[in-house]
Design a protein around this ligand. Sequence first.
Ligand SMILES: Cc1cc2nc3c(=O)[nH]c(=O)nc-3n(C[C@H](O)[C@H](O)[C@H](O)COP(=O)(O)OP(=O)(O)OC[C@H]3O[C@@H](n4cnc5c(N)ncnc54)[C@H](O)[C@@H]3O)c2cc1C
Length: 352
Amino acid sequence: MDKYCNYIIVGQGIAGTVLGQTLLDQNKSVLIIDDLSLSNASRIAAGLYNPIVFKRLVKSWMIDDLLPVMNKFYTDAEQLLNYKFYFERKIVKPFAEAHERALWQKKVNEEVGKYLSNDIHYDFLKDIIYNPLGVSEVLSGGNLKIEIFLDLFREYFKRENILLEEKINYNELMVNENNVVYKNISADKVIFCEGFKTIDNPYFSWLPFKLTKGEVITIKIPNAIIPDQFVINKGVFILPLGNGMYKAGATYEWNDLSEHPTEKGKEELMDKLNKVIKLPFEIIDHQAGIRPTVIDRRPLLGIHPKHKSLAVFNGLGTKGVMLAPYFAKHFADYLDKKNVLNKEVDINRFIK
Ligand SMILES: Cc1cc2nc3c(=O)[nH]c(=O)nc-3n(C[C@H](O)[C@H](O)[C@H](O)COP(=O)(O)OP(=O)(O)OC[C@H]3O[C@@H](n4cnc5c(N)ncnc54)[C@H](O)[C@@H]3O)c2cc1C
């Protein structure tokens, strides 16, 4: 055998990248296998993180635990890779109805209020944004420039000689009781981080995904600038990319799971944007991807019920940026026998 490592990780989306780096931080050896052409969900995502669920104006699941781990992971990664890709931004909420504004004013006095601004602005970007009922802001939100983050980590993993750029061939995986052998590499475990492609994985295709396609567009608004410190969110998000360009999205589609952008998706986004932006805009780009969403909307972590040398880290759904750092640490500690898995994310919840 030519090579040995503690873990082979399959997939270098946000899940595999964050888990890989977390394991390296814990002095484990890893090899990452990734074929970029199989899924672009992480690469097209806007990378937003938002501590609030707008529909009910409540805190996002586990947010008080997720935020500190996320902040530390991405700022440490910026130092490691010597690049700024993690930004705090104010998520601006223009009110669509008077009762939404009233609910906001009530919630600022509750526990969730630590993530909500007290102020309501009636003249926010009034030449660009429809804003008859005022806007307020979510605090402690922001975004990860996720494609840059993944590219820089890919270069880093290559330099460290721990990246194999290919599609894993499941037939060449020799699964033993206490280890796995793939080609000339042996490892204690393989951890699959294949995003929605896990539906083709012979060991984990039984996991109950309820996949969601999403489409985003890149637009240009000539002669107007929404400053970089804001993200606008009113049924559709508008994220400044710089140079007068914005990413806008996203759609949610459960029936058509092709990875291609559609006319229907584009029209839906344009309709929503026309209700928010007063000025004409041009569409520069249009992309689609498949989110690895799960029937109970919780991540999927665990070891295969029969093959103890196979594991999965997946199901990050619509919130890969927020969930990955906390649950990568949680999973790495579990693999090191330092904790037990949170039952809400353990794949055992689906085993009768
Ligand atoms: C339109 C859209 C907008 C989104 N916006 C946001 C957002 O603003 N904020 C947020 O947090 N999340 C967002 N998401 C969700 C986010 O994209 C997902 O949570 C995240 O991408 C899941 O990451 P992953 O690493 O599990 O999967 P993926 O990103 O799918 O990565 C899997 C990787 O594994 C590779 N791979 C798969 N199978 C194999 C194999 N057999 N062999 C080798 N390589 C393999 C793939 O090519 C890919 O590189 C959005 C998603 C979409 C579609």
